[in-house]
Design a protein around this ligand. Structure first.
Ligand SMILES: O=P(O)(O)OC[C@@]1(O)O[C@H](CO)[C@@H](O)[C@@H]1O
Ligand SMILES: [Mn+2]
Length: 390
């Protein structure tokens, strides 16, 4: 109880600082990334050079302040042993999973049926199935809990039946590039060689299941031979996946009382055991830096990503970090907005929840603004945006 009281008082202090636009203060508790964060704070301070101004909640860049807020929540918890490994968002994430169970069941059954017919599929049919699972993973990204302030945001309908209706809302659609890349890898692959797809995960719950279903399909269709996942080392943006969530979701699926669903869980656990699925942690993902800084700030992670044939970046926050959350013109090429971040061919799979979008056709953004002023932030629209040699 003492520990809870302490955590709550630290959180109240944090709330007060943010509501009253206090200066952004350094981290005190020693943790793996404390120095990195405090150095970044100094950098933000240096941008205000000749004034006495301090970076503050209402005026500093949103991406930085928002990440800082989640890191401060974590600091309040780690300063309060013995509850220092408590995940304040665990309950919300688990609720999202349970509320989406019907849709998860339908998806797992679909996957198992596909597995049994895969040998008979023509090239074109295989491509179609790949596109379906990509779109399911895209729309799965609607289910994040930070946009809804932690309120429920689960998937209640069978998503497979809605894909056709949702197609007009895909603003950038580079799925064909993903297909060409992976089917070429498959055709030219020698017996012993590897095709590696890396997935930079976003939200746990329903979205994570859609990513695991896609990852499973990539393996049994032979479009890839190895999948590497990246999650968050601390609770992040309410619904983001940690290693605990990753294992928890697989365990839940495994114990579902539907035989095809639990078969998925058993397969997924085996992939992890066999090293066909590899989960990576890295503190960089919960840092303040945009991805173009990764080469210098986290060269080991950059080198790891370079081993992939394709990297899929799930979600809105990853898109903001890919593009530096800048006020880019809508028509600026994605390659340019990545600002030198090119570890391997990559694709952002994201529903739009923040006021940033690049790589649109001339006039496309303006047209959307005229007809639907909130199109950038509602999660109604989505993209598959690819960067890499064609
Ligand atoms: O990365 P995700 O889960 O797709 O979205 C995270 C998000 O909802 O959180 C922030 C709003 O607080 C925005 O960056 C973004 O819209
Ligand atoms: Mn998220």
């Amino acid at each position: 109880m003492e520990a809870e009281k302490k955590a709550i008082s630290l959180l109240s202090k944090l709330r007060n600082e943010s509501q009253t636009d206090k200066p952004i203060i350094p981290f005190v508790e020693k943790f793996a990334d404390t120095d990195i964060w405090n150095q970044y704070l100094e950098y933000q301070q240096s941008l205000l050079n000749d004034t006495d101004e301090k970076p503050r909640w209402f005026y500093s860049p949103w991406l930085f302040v928002e990440c800082y807020a989640y890191r401060r929540i974590h600091e309040a918890v780690i300063q309060s042993p013995p509850i220092d490994d408590f995940d304040v968002f665990k309950e919300a994430k688990e609720q999202n999973f349970f509320e989406s169970l019907e849709s998860i069941t339908a998806l797992c059954i679909h996957l198992q049926e596909l597995m049994t017919t895969i040998e008979d599929l023509e090239e074109n049919q295989l491509k179609n199935e790949f596109f379906k699972l990509l779109q399911i993973s895209l729309w799965g990204n609607k289910c994040d809990l930070s946009l809804s302030g932690g309120e429920t945001s689960s998937q209640k309908t069978n998503i497979i039946n809605t894909l056709e209706d949702l197609k007009p809302f895909i603003l950038v659609n580079d799925m064909e590039h993903l297909w060409s890349l992976l089917s070429n890898c498959k055709k030219t692959r020698e017996k012993v060689s590897v095709t590696r797809v890396d997935i930079v995960l976003d939200n746990s719950g329903f979205e994570l299941v859609t990513d695991l279903v896609l990852a499973d399909f990539l393996l049994f269709s032979n479009l890839a031979t190895e999948i590497h996942f990246y999650g968050k080392m601390i609770p992040w943006f309410v619904s983001d996946t940690t290693i605990h969530d990753f294992n928890w979701v697989i365990e839940q699926v495994k114990h579902c009382d539907h035989k095809w669903v639990s078969k998925c869980g058993v397969d997924w656990e085996n992939y992890v055991k066999m090293g066909k699925w590899v989960y990576h942690d890295h503190i960089f993902w919960t840092g303040p830096h945009e991805f173009c800084a990764m080469f210098h700030v986290a060269p080991d992670l950059y080198a790891e990503l370079q081993k992939a044939h394709l990297i899929l970046f799930k979600g809105d926050l990853n898109y903001r970090k890919l593009t530096g959350d800048r006020k880019w013109e809508f028509t600026v090429p994605f390659h340019r907005a990545l600002n030198g971040f090119h570890p391997a061919p990559l694709c952002s799979i994201r529903t739009l929840k923040a006021e940033i979008q690049v790589g649109l056709r001339p006039g496309q953004g303006e047209q959307l603004t005229a007809s639907e002023p909130n199109w950038l932030t509602t999660g109604k629209y989505g993209i598959f945006q690819f960067d890499g040699p064609l």
